[in-house]
Design a protein around this ligand. Sequence first.
Ligand SMILES: [Zn+2]
Length: 309
Amino acid sequence: MKLNLTRSRLLRGALLLSLAALVTTASAAAPKIRVTTTTSMVTDLVKQVGGDRVEVAGLMGAGVDPHLYKATAADVSKLQQAEVIFYNGLVLEGKMTDIFAKLARTKKFVYPITEGVPEPRLLEPPEFEGHYDPHVWFDVELWALCAQTVVKGLSEFSPKDKAHFEQRGREVATRLRALHEWSLKKAAELPKERRILVTSHDAYNYFGRAYGFQVVGLQGVSTVTEAGLADMAKLVDFIKQKRVKAIFVESSVSPATIQRIAKDAGVKVGGELFSDAMGTPGEIENGYDLGTYEGMIKHNLTTIVGALK
Ligand SMILES: [Zn+2]
C-alpha cells in the first residue's frame, strides 16, 4: 500500500513535470508572426517593434537600390506566404507597385509604413513628378511616426499582443528621440554655411530639412538647387564657389560620376554614405553597426561632419 502510494505520487509528479515541460515548450515555440518586408530600413524597424514575436524576411539587403529592384519569383512567394507585409511606400519600391496593389486585394495586413506620416510633413520635390519624396527615414522624427504604423499593423494582425507591441513601440520611440537629438547636436558641430551636402542622388531632402543642410543630389540637381546647376560643369562651379570641402558617394549608387566631379572641382570624396540601403549587419565602423538603422544614421552624420569641418 505504502509502496503504491509512493508510486502514484511519483507518477503524478512525473505527469506534472511533463505537463510543465509541455507548457514551456508551447510558449517558447508559440508561432511567430511571419512578416515580409522590403528595404533593410523597414526590416530593421519591424524587428525593433516586433522583437521575438515576429519572424521577418527582408527582400532587399545591403547595397540594393529599391527604386530599380524587381521582385523575383522567390520574393513573390515570400510575400504571398507572409501574414503581414510592411514596405516603405511613396513609390520607393517603384517596380513593385503592381505587386503591392495585387497583394492588397487578396491580403488584409499590407502596410506602407509611410502612411503614418501626415501629408503636410512630406516633401514633394518637382523631380518626383507629382509623387512625394519617399526617403523619409533620413528625418528620424518621421521614422518614429513610421514605427507607429508597424505597431498598428502587428496589433491588427494579433490583437492579443497589442499591449506588447505598444510597449515596444514606446521603447523604439524613446530610442529614436535620443537619436534625433544626437543628430541635431552632431550637425551643429558644422557652421551653417558649411552644411552643404553634395551626393549622387536626391535621397537627402528630409535629412537636409531636419538637420539644416543644403542638399544637392547630382541626379535631380536642377530642381533641388538653382536650375543652372543641371549639368556637371555647373555643379563643379557650384562646389568651387561655395568652397565645399568634400562631396560624397553612396553605397547603392555607382560612384563614378561623383569621383569625376570631385576631381574636376579639386575636392575630396568625403566618404561613402548609406542612402537607400543599410550596410551588412555586424559590419562595424567607428563603433557603429552599419547594418542597423541607428548605426547608418550615425555613420552618415559622422562622415559628413568629419569631411566638411
Ligand atoms: Zn533613393
